[in-house]
Design a binder for this molecule. Structure first.
Ligand code: SAM
Length: 291
């Protein structure tokens, strides 16, 4: 166990450090993460072989211990004992931020329940990287990660997600991307905007934003478009997002709603402004529901 005053103040002992690692480009790791991975007594890694090459790249010789989906609970007991003895332990996964569609939450829960400190070292996350370049407007997003694999559960979930008044962030694997885009077009409608972020931070990185109908055509246009890792960001359901209405239409609705039921108000505002009647109606329902 390393112990001196400077190290202790930067990286207190007896602590679990949850460390983000790159999602492709090895340079995407923070200086603090490198210092932490060097100083800890042990690194709990999802796949030790995969992580060894990252550590070798940075000349880090800290011992690795396999902690993955299948042994997380058992491994926690041993790691908690080591933390209680004053060791520092880092948790990393194959790519990005642990516990984000990755193992980690169970270990963190066990460590917290044992009353021990957990400190995050933030960094790369595919979802956040994709959101940052989507340019899709709206103040909130829903992180879904991977959709359910079974057809029924998948369809049901897609129908629920299509109604959310937030952007929806999905992770998808290359062998499913074509089918998924078709399913999304069906559930969310051909005109909903989607950002497809492929191979972020890597050599063949590509981001395109287009309506879902065109996204289906784009993915089928070239086998190259179907390769690699994907994040999908869908625009928020327009009907539920007042931002989607023009200021004029929203103002007219605000004037009509105290006098008329939402349906009638929406019909008049749609005729007067050309805005979508359903979007206006939903705006009306939301306005009436406000305390
Ligand atoms: N914990 C990771 C994070 O913070 O983003 C996610 C791990 S999850 C097991 C892996 C999925 O994340 C991939 O299937 C893909 O959907 C997405 N992903 C990871 N790296 C990516 C990249 N460089 N470009 C696009 N998507 C990526």
């Amino acid at each position: 166990m390393h112990s001196n005053n400077l190290t202790d103040s930067q990286f207190p002992p007896g602590t679990l450090y949850v460390v983000a690692t790159p999602i492709g480009n090895l340079d995407d790791i923070t200086l603090r993460a490198l210092a932490c991975l060097k100083i800890v007594d042990c690194i709990a890694a999802e796949d030790t072989r995969h992580s060894r090459s990252l550590l070798q790249h940075y000349g880090i010789a800290t011992p690795l211990l396999a902690v993955h989906e299948h042994n997380e609970r058992e491994a926690a007991t041993g790691l908690i004992a080591r933390l209680q003895a004053g060791e520092r332990i880092a948790l990393i996964t194959d790519a990005g931020t642990p516990a984000i569609s990755d193992p980690g939450a169970r270990l963190v829960d066990a460590v917290r329940s044992a009353g021990l400190p957990v400190i995050p070292l933030p960094g790369a996350c595919a979802a956040i990287a994709a959101l940052s370049v989507s340019g899709l407007l709206g103040s909130s997003f829903h992180f879904e990660g991977f959709l359910p694999g079974k057809t029924g559960a998948r369809q049901e979930r897609l129908e629920q997600l299509a109604l959310l008044p937030s952007q929806v962030v999905l992770y998808e694997a290359p062998h499913r991307i074509v089918d998924t885009l078709h399913e999304l077009a069906q559930a969310f409608g051909d005109s909903r905007q989607i950002l497809i972020a492929r191979e972020l931070t890597k050599r063949f990185e590509q981001t395109v934003r287009l309506p879902l109908a065109q996204a289906c055509a784009w993915i089928e246009a070239s086998p190259d478009h179907q390769r690699g890792e994907f994040v999908l960001v869908l625009a928020a359901a327009e009907a539920l997002m007042p931002d989607a209405l023009s200021a004029e239409a929203a103002r007219l609705m605000d004037l009509l709603l105290p006098e008329l039921p939402p349906k009638r108000a929406a019909a008049i505002a749609a005729a007067a402004t050309g805005s979508n009647k359903k979007a206006l109606y939903d705006y009306g329902l939301q306005a009436k529901a406000k305390p």
